[in-house]
Design a binder for this molecule. Sequence first.
Ligand code: XUL
Ligand code: CO
Length: 440
Amino acid sequence: MSFKEYFPQVKKIKYEGPNSDNPFAFKYYDAEKVISGKKMKDHLRFSLVWWHTLCADGTDMFGRGTMDKSFNGKNPLEIYKNKVYAAFEIMEKLGIEYFAYHDRDIAPEGTTLAETNKNIDEIVPIIKSEMKRTGIKCLWGTANLFNHPRYMHGAGTSPFADVYAFACAQSKKSVETAVELGAEGYVFWGGREGYTTLLNTDMKLEQDNLARFLKMTSDYAIKLGFKGGFYIEPKPKEPTKHQYDFDAATVIGFLKKYKLDDRFTLNIEANHATLAMHTFQHELRVARDNNAFGSIDANQGDYLLGWDTDQFPTNIYDTTLCMYEVLKAGGFKTGGLNFDAKSRRESHTPEDIFLAHIAGMDAFAKGLLAADELIKKGTLDDFVAKRYSSYTSGIGKKIVEGNISIEELEEYALKMGEVKNIPSGRQEMLESELNRILFK
Ligand code: XUL
Ligand code: CO
């Protein structure tokens, strides 16, 4: 434990099983339990998020903070040092083995880039020593290229070369920090990489520059010996009207166009998927089908609100179908389930930090158990295999092997007269089967 305990009222959270009434206990997350040959904790690879958990104080568009995240610090550096100890205490008590951060979450911004870099250099050794003490690791790092006013028109897509240069310089330091912390991944989320109106935008130049930025930054990381995953995190809108990394399919097209698809995979965020009018599972499936599955920002949105609410994930249909895709993709390699989520503005007490994580961890543990059962039972696999079985022989086999011309297909259709026996899709039956596994 750190030299000072910030949350003495919360003890180490233990697994007590689904019948426990203790809110400070796991009902489904049993870290050491082996599921299909792998411990639950290694399937799920939970990660704490620095920006929400240690920094976000409940400020919204209409009101100021409701939570104190200064951790008794008296000046900016002391506040950020204390955040480190608080973060590791939270992770130790919850049994979370990874964390993710932006460069500007871990150290205060100074008046110059050099001063900010110096602040980072003060904090990084403290994080490293806490990592060494606890065995907790860094899932990924990233650069905050959207908060400072200089980035109001974008960073890697800024119309202004000086801003672009600044963003590259900041990213260089950010990559150095990630390497220093042994990060297993590095994320690029296009914070303000998009536009608000095309009337003032050279979209082609902005996207070409973004590709140059991604190439330069990742080249530099590789030069430093970084062996982890590079991820792009799609999001369709907010803060800009149109973000260039709109959704998984758009990003995959972008990566292929600029020949970056060998180097980058995707960090899929649940709330970003729904903002793009897709399900979370859809985005994961697109990533999986294109060998672009990397990592996950685990949260959920509110279907009645049109913005990124970053709620802790509690919808077990979503967590089940997410884990179904993760298992089908062969599990996480360098990625994990990163809680890009914050307790609600009204859930403002320190205890809520723990309760929110417990809710999210249990929802994913339950999802993992259900997804594993779904796969083992094979109901969906069998149904899908049967549904497409006409492509395994006869005319269908010729189609998928590319061994048939459109003229031959016309001849076949003319002879057929009309298509006979189109089977049912059985959606309701399959939904009911999912319910049976979840609620038995
Ligand atoms: C914003 C978002 C980011 C990224 C990291 O919507 O998800 O916090 O995860 O920059
Ligand atoms: Co995110």
